[in-house]
Design a protein around this ligand. Structure first.
Ligand SMILES: NC(=O)c1ccc[n+]([C@@H]2O[C@H](COP(=O)([O-])OP(=O)(O)OC[C@H]3O[C@@H](n4cnc5c(N)ncnc54)[C@H](OP(=O)(O)O)[C@@H]3O)[C@@H](O)[C@H]2O)c1
Length: 302
C-alpha cells in the first residue's frame, strides 16, 4: 500500500492506520509477544502508521508499545508514530487530576510530548495531535508550544483532533507550519462531520482527516437498538452481495468520501487487521453507499 501525505505539508501515512487505544483490552493479553503480533500483522499488510494518545489504556498503552520497540529497535524505522495530548483523566497514574479536564497550556503540551517520547522509546514523534479542543485554548500559546517542539526535533508534524472548522482555522493561524490533519469520528452513525462543514473545509483545503471509530467502536456489530439493527441488516445484505465482511464494507464506505480519510482501525485481532486492507480495492455502488447512510439516519435523503 502506497503511503500518502495527509496534506500538502503533512506527513505521509499508510491508507489504514492502526489505533492503539484498545491495546490493553486485548483478551489475548498485552505482553510484548502479543503487541508484536499486531505490529507484524500491520507491517505485513502495509499499515505503517500507529495512532496513540498519552491517555490510552489509563496512560499505559504508549509504554507497552514502547517496550515492543525497545525489544526490536529495527521496527522504529518501519513506522510512523502519531500521538496526542491535552486530555487530563482522573486515573491512578495521574493522582493530581481531581476531575476530567483539558490542559492546553504550552507547558503541559511540551511536557506531555516529552513524556510520550520516553514512554514510546523514540527520539521523535512523527505527528502530535491536540486530542480535543477546549474553551481555555489560547491559540498563540498552543501554536508556540507546537513550534517549539518541532524546532527541537521532538515532533516532526502537528495537527488536531475533534476540532470544529473554526477552532481548526484559529489554531492554524498561530503556527509556523500548517496543521497536518484533524482526526475525527467518521462512521455511518456519526454523520455530523459530513453535514456540519468539517469535511467540506478539509476537502477544499486538501487536508485528509484521520477517521476514528470506523465501526462506531464495534457497536455496529452488537448494539441491539433499532438504529443499529437496521444498519446491520443493510450492511449484511450489501456485504453478502459484494462477497465482503461487514467491517470491510464500512471501510470501503469511508474510503469513498472525497476527503480521502486515513481509516484508524481499532481491532485487536491480527486476522481482522490483515483483512481490512482488502476494502481498499472495493468501490461500492452509489446506491449502496446511500443505503448505508439512510439505514443509519433512519430516513431517505431529502
Ligand atoms: N481522536 C480521538 O478522540 C479518538 C477517539 C476514539 C478512538 N480513536 C482512535 O481510533 C482508533 C479506532 O477506534 P475504535 O477502536 O473505536 O475503532 P472501531 O473499529 O470502531 O472499534 C473497534 C472495536 O470494534 C470491534 N470490531 C472491529 N471489527 C469487528 C468485527 N468485524 N466484528 C466484531 N467486532 C469488531 C473490535 O473488536 P475486536 O478487537 O474483537 O476485533 C473493537 O472492540 C483507536 O484505537 C484510537 O487510536 C481516536
Amino acid at each position: 500500500m502506497k503511503k500518502k501525505a495527509l496534506s500538502k505539508d503533512g506527513p505521509k501515512v499508510s491508507p489504514f492506520i492502526y489505533g492503539c487505544w484498545r491495546l490493553l483490552d486485548d483478551p489475548e493479553g498485552s505482553d510484548i509477544k502479543r503487541v508484536r503480533e499486531k505490529i507484524d500483522a500491520c507491517l505485513e499488510s502495509g499499515i505503517t502508521t500507529f495512532d496513540h494518545a498519552d491517555i490510552y489504556g489509563g496512560y499505559g498503552c504508549e509504554e507497552v508499545f514502547g517496550n515492543a520497540l525497545k525489544d526490536s529497535p529495527n521496527l522504529r524505522d518501519k513506522m510512523e508514530i502519531v500521538t496526542k495530548c491535552g486530555i487530563m483523566l482522573v486515573d491512578p497514574a495521574r493522582p493530581d487530576n481531581r476531575i476530567k479536564h483539558y490542559n492546553h497550556s504550552g507547558n503541559h503540551v511540551i511536557k506531555s510530548a516529552e513524556r510520550s517520547l520516553k514512554n514510546l522509546n523514540v527520539d521523535t514523534i512523527d505527528l502530535l495531535l491536540i486530542h480535543r479542543p477546549g474553551p481555555l485554548m489560547d491559540p498563540e500559546e498552543l501554536g508556540a508550544a507546537l513550534d517549539h517542539l518541532r524546532k527541537a526535533g521532538k515532533i516532526k508534524y502537528y495537527g488536531v483532533s475533534n476540532f470544529t472548522t473554526s477552532q481548526f482555522k484559529m489554531l492554524n493561524a498561530c503556527t509556523n507550519k500548517k496543521l497536518a490533519t484533524n482526526q475525527i469520528e467518521m462512521n455511518p452513525v456519526h454523520q455530523d462531520p459530513f453535514l456540519d462543514g468539517t469535511l467540506d473545509y478539509m476537502v477544499q483545503k486538501q487536508i485528509r482527516p484521520m477517521a476514528w471509530s470506523p465501526t462506531a467502536g464495534g457497536a455496529i456489530f452488537n448494539d441491539s437498538s433499532p438504529q443499529f439493527v437496521r444498519l446491520r441488516e443493510t450492511l449484511q445484505e450489501i456485504a453478502g452481495r459484494y462477497g465482503m465482511e461487514m467491517d470491510q464494507v464500512l471501510y470501503s464506505w469511508l474510503l469513498m468520501h472525497p476527503s480521502q480519510p486515513a481509516v484508524v482501525l481499532g481491532t485487536n485481532r491480527p486476522e481482522r487487521i490483515k483483512k481490512s486492507i482488502e476494502a481498499r480495492s472495493r468501490q461500492l455502488e452509489y446506491q449502496d453507499w446511500y443505503a448505508i447512510w439512510s439505514a443509519a439516519s433512519g430516513e431517505e435523503v431529502p
